[in-house]
Design a protein around this ligand. Structure first.
Ligand SMILES: [Zn+2]
Length: 307
């Protein structure tokens, strides 16, 4: 039996050291009508809990109810999409979500540049996820609607990759699919420009990259091209097939993944199909984008603030 211990960080190469100490809980129950929160204050931290999340902040969060429910609903959408058999199952280990209200505090705690807006960290060992944590920077209106779906995609997908490292392209590409349609549209636009100038990352290099390429402009293209290739694989609601391609590629290589999980004779054929798709793609937003938009509307229409 393989015994793999690793920490994964998404969207940032930085590593946060240490961890937060569990506080003594003296919580009260709120009166929200669907997913009740408990809240507590200890050691300078305000903590709000739902079934699968523990939200923490150094300051009182007036929109804590919305954030926690956004996390729960996003998790439900992501599980239904990527791991349907687990859609109704709660995590044994809650995901800690730390909200930082200043760029300085965010960067100090995570070591990440404030431009990243979110950092996910996981501890995986003995075939299971032992720790889930997301650090978020809340520095602008509407901050959580893009970054929560993105970071929680990293968290949710980790349960499918406890024996093998999730490919970097799939981790970021699938996460961008979970964001708004604007982010995918921006990614496709950049890929179109790079394609016309002959600067796209060769497909095999994209699929086998274990780190973000440099310089930053190349890293930006890596994110965009990962999103475009993920959207290509997942077209016509084939997210599970796209995930199987990533899993097989991670375990057995992409020649095997191409013949087993894609309607292509080899990787060059798959690359040719990708380029045809880039020229002729359907402009309709992928299923994930629409689902997230629908969920967000549902939350906004029912959200109640904790008292
Ligand atoms: Zn990411």
């Amino acid at each position: 039996m393989q015994n793999i211990a690793r920490s994964l960080l998404a969207c940032s190469l930085a590593f946060f050291a240490g961890g937060l100490q569990a506080d003594q809980q003296t919580g009260t129950r709120c009166r929200c009508n669907t997913r009740c929160l408990s809240r507590s204050q200890s050691g300078g931290w305000f903590t709000y809990r739902s079934e699968n999340f523990e939200l923490r902040s150094r300051t009182v969060l007036s929109d804590a109810d919305y954030i926690v429910r956004r996390c729960e609903e996003t998790r439900s959408v992501l599980l239904a999409t990527w791991m349907p058999p687990f859609a109704d199952k709660a995590w044994v280990t809650q995901c800690t979500v730390v909200v930082h209200t200043s760029a300085g505090a965010y960067s100090h705690q995570t070591g990440a540049n404030a431009a990243t807006k979110g950092v996910s960290s996981l501890e995986i060992n003995d075939g299971r996820v032992w720790k889930r944590r997301v650090d978020l920077l809340a520095d602008a209106p509407g901050w959580c609607d893009a970054v929560i779906p993105h970071e929680l995609t990293h968290i949710v997908l980790a349960d499918r990759f406890t024996a093998h490292q999730i490919p970097r392209w799939a981790d970021e590409g699938f996460a961008i699919l979970s964001e708004s349609g604007n982010r995918l549209a921006e990614s496709l636009h950049l890929v179109d420009i790079s394609n016309r100038s002959g600067e796209l990352i060769p497909l095999r290099d994209l699929l086998t990259a274990s780190t973000y390429p440099q310089p930053p402009s190349r890293a930006k293209l890596f994110f965009a091209q990962s999103a475009a290739f993920s959207a290509f694989l997942a077209q016509d609601h084939q997210e599970l097939l796209a995930l199987r391609f990533a899993e097989t590629g991670s375990e057995k290589g992409y020649d095997k993944a191409t013949t087993d999980c894609a309607a292509a004779t080899d990787l060059e054929d798959l690359d040719a199909q990708f380029h045809v798709w880039l020229r002729q793609r359907d402009v309709e937003a992928p299923k994930l984008v629409k689902q997230n938009a629908d969920r967000r509307e549902a939350i906004l229409s029912t959200a109640t603030m904790i008292d």
